[in-house]
Design a protein around this ligand. Structure first.
Ligand SMILES: C[S@@+](CC[C@H](N)C(=O)[O-])C[C@H]1O[C@@H](n2cnc3c(N)ncnc32)[C@H](O)[C@@H]1O
Length: 462
């Protein structure tokens, strides 16, 4: 298993693509929440230091996930013309790091050794709050200095303070840029987000090395109404479930069987009540670990547990394969909001190499020489065909209905281009497009957004 000391020395293709999709999602999430007047709360639960190696890359996606989020937020302020300056890494690159490390040393002294102490990150009363937790001290120190560097590279004046135990806050002092970062030296399962009220939208990224530090009972605090989560699930470790007895507690936590908090209160009673379920799931996992297609079943089991927790069916899963074409992990996204689903689907659509689903294989890139495009490789012809299969012979179908079908029931993202294909062909499958007064669009093969269009599809054999 990778460790903090080696993991961040070198980047990988799958890591890069994972972070690229996270970045694309945030590039949609931050402006849409901000423009709608919500507070934007981002949480990177397994943050890492924020950089791979010692360089400062120009491309945002080449940074580690916490700095990606920070730069996406600042770039959005620039787009909204609240900040004129832009990223310039030579700006004050040689600042006095010792001065800033003294904040860290002071903060570390405030941490009590009491086991399992929960840290609640403070509400710093800004429009955007970036929350980071990192358990490893060395990575934490680097992360803190890297965050300070990014503020400096953009020329943003900031203040630093330490109000809560184990947390340092770096907050913009520019009144037009209402944002800041809470950086916690803590484990995910001991960290809670600030309560920012009903008008907040939360996005959490859970990106651990393994599966023994992401208890479902804790993940539950980050999914649900107005809260979406992206999780790296190490499905490639499924064979470890063979050793059920050794991993029993981890498995219970991972799949959310038994509740650690309640267990503390009613330990014996709880243990008895849960025995059946735990055994059931262990039996299932035991079969899964022997099964040729165990990974698929394991992922389904995990997704189902997540869906129950979030009370939502809106899940997307992206599969990563290594250089031997073996599945290493899955990236799972869960939300309760169709807009969140749509934005993540757009992001995953750019990361995938397969037109049929969301898959990236290092084998295809490094061995087969297939180029990594990170563009939209979707075949609009195929999407058009899928739309026709569903709506053939139907009249007065709105684009909204087609969009909904594409989002929820297909691997595609919606593009008007697919409708254009159906309308433009020699024997058009899309035979009529009119508004509510029965008028067609002024320009042929277009579907302008200013009104609702009613679409009629011919029968298959017409
Ligand atoms: C896979 S790396 C994260 C990479 C990061 N998301 C990125 O894209 O750059 C996992 C990080 O989580 C940290 N970590 C390990 N256990 C943790 C825990 N229980 N809580 C919080 N962080 C933890 C590790 O030190 C490491 O820096």
């Amino acid at each position: 298993m990778a460790t903090s000391s080696t993991f961040f020395n070198e980047d990988t293709i799958h890591g890069k693509v994972k972070r690229f999709m996270y970045m694309r999602h945030l590039q949609a999430f931050v402006p849409s929440t901000q423009y709608s007047g919500y507070r934007t709360i981002i949480y990177d639960a397994f943050a890492g230091p924020g950089r791979y190696g010692e360089d400062w890359p120009d491309a945002i996606e080449d940074l580690g996930s916490p700095l990606i989020a920070l730069r996406v937020v600042i770039e959005d302020f620039i787009r909204r013309k609240k900040l004129e300056l832009s990223f310039d890494k030579v700006r004050k690159v040689n600042y006095d790091k010792g001065k800033y490390m003294r904040y860290v040393q002071k903060m570390k002294k405030t941490i009590t050794t009491r086991r399992r102490k929960t840290i609640t990150l403070p509400d710093i009363h800004t429009d955007v709050i970036l929350n980071f937790s990192e358990a490893d001290e060395g990575s934490y120190d680097k992360l803190f200095l890297n965050v300070v560097s990014v503020f400096k590279f953009y020329g943003i004046i900031f203040k630093i303070y330490n109000e809560s135990c184990g947390v340092i806050t770096v907050k913009s002092r520019n009144r037009k840029l209402l944002f800041g970062c809470n950086i916690a030296l803590s484990k995910f399962k001991n960290t809670l987000l600030p309560e920012c009220g009903y008008n907040s939208r939360y996005m959490t990224f859970i990106d651990p090395f393994g599966f023994n530090s992401i208890p479902m009972w804790h993940i539950g605090k980050f999914v649900g109404q107005n809260k979406e989560v992206l999780i790296t699930f190490m499905s490639g470790f499924v064979n470890r479930f063979k050793n059920i007895n050794k991993n029993r507690k981890v498995i219970m936590e991972l799949f959310g069987i038994g509740n650690e908090e309640e267990e503390e209160e009613e330990e014996e009673e709880e243990e008895e009540e849960n025995m059946v379920t735990v055994d059931d799931i262990c039996d299932e996992l035991l079969t899964v670990s022997k099964d040729k297609d165990g990974v698929t079943r394991c992922i389904q089991l995990y997704e189902n547990q997540l869906k129950k927790l979030a009370e939502s069916d809106m899940v997307l899963t992206f599969e990563f394969r290594n250089i031997r074409n073996i599945r290493i992990y899955h990236l799972i996204f869960i939300t309760k909001h169709p807009t969140g689903l749509k934005k993540m689907k757009e992001a995953m659509n750019r990361g995938t190499q397969s037109p049929e689903g969301f898959i990236l294989s290092e084998y295809m890139i490094l061995t087969k020489g297939i180029e990594l495009s990170l563009g939209n490789i979707q075949s609009n012809e195929q999407a058009a065909h899928t739309i026709f299969e569903k709506f053939q012979g139907k009249e007065n179908i709105t684009i909204k209905v087609i969009e909904h079908f594409i989002l929820f029931d297909t691997p595609f993202v919606f593009r008007k281009e697919a409708l254009k294909i159906l309308q433009k062909e020699d024997n058009p499958r899309l035979i009529q497009v009119v508004d509510r007064y029965n008028n067609p669009p002024r320009k042929r093969w277009t579907f302008p957004d200013h009104t609702v269009w009613f679409l009629t599809f011919r029968m298959r054999d017409a």
